[in-house]
Design a protein around this ligand. Sequence first.
Ligand code: UP6
Length: 272
Amino acid sequence: KSHLTYGERAKQHPNGVARKLFEIAESKKTNVVVSADLTTSQELLNLADELGPYIAVLKTHIDILDDFRPSIPERLKDLAIKHNFLIFEDRKFVDIGNTVQKQYHGGALQISSWADIVNCTMLPGEGIVQALTETAERDDFPYKDERGLLILATMTSKGSLATGEYTKVSVECARKYSRFVIGFVASRTLGDVETDVAALDNEDFVLFTTGVNMASKGDKLGQQYQTPKSAVESGADFIIAGRGIYAVPNPVETAKLYRDEGWKAYLSRVGK
Ligand code: UP6
């Protein structure tokens, strides 16, 4: 759990995307990531434009769009510049190195060209992280120092197998490839993860926590929620909320509430 401010971390971090992320958080005073899980491009673009001022990152699942066109990520990029947020494509790569390289850089979705941040699971072992890191470090990779990878170290769904040894390997691999791996998607409050991830205190990995909702404890499909406050208190640097923000009557006002609660919890964690 980091007790440094975002501003301090922005100055020290070796990865360009992590620096930018912390700078955004510091200047916009927000650690909110909205999980924009909408299925039409118009809804997605509208939400990004409306919530842009209050979020640090827009998290996408670009493959759930019913009407995907290559121009959509381009428009998201324009909105990211307009409102100063990063884009995190929650692709959860999970395959052998040779395949994920093609899924990340190139392909139908051209993810590397528009997503500042992507994530992968550790199920395939070290090779997946090695492969993505190699791609990002190739001489002809056009987005040098503008891209970062998160490892999905735990999951919020009931009965998740992303625990114990899996989480341990996630942490080891993040250390080994820390040039490209900027952090984790994980919740320290779930299961046995607490001790494993807590060992990271003297490094500066960024912790993104999903399963954040102020009004619900979970859904009927096994999702489990905690509040922004509890997520940040237990170490989240960025809180990821989806339905808690986009599926309520007033997403803008609600996003502000998440921002205020997340920011207050952050200030108290860093002792300000
Ligand atoms: N997500 C989780 N839990 C995980 C990893 N990822 O919920 O362990 C993602 C989901 C969804 C978002 O794919 O995009 O975070 C959560 O949405 P919600 O807030 O609407 O539940």
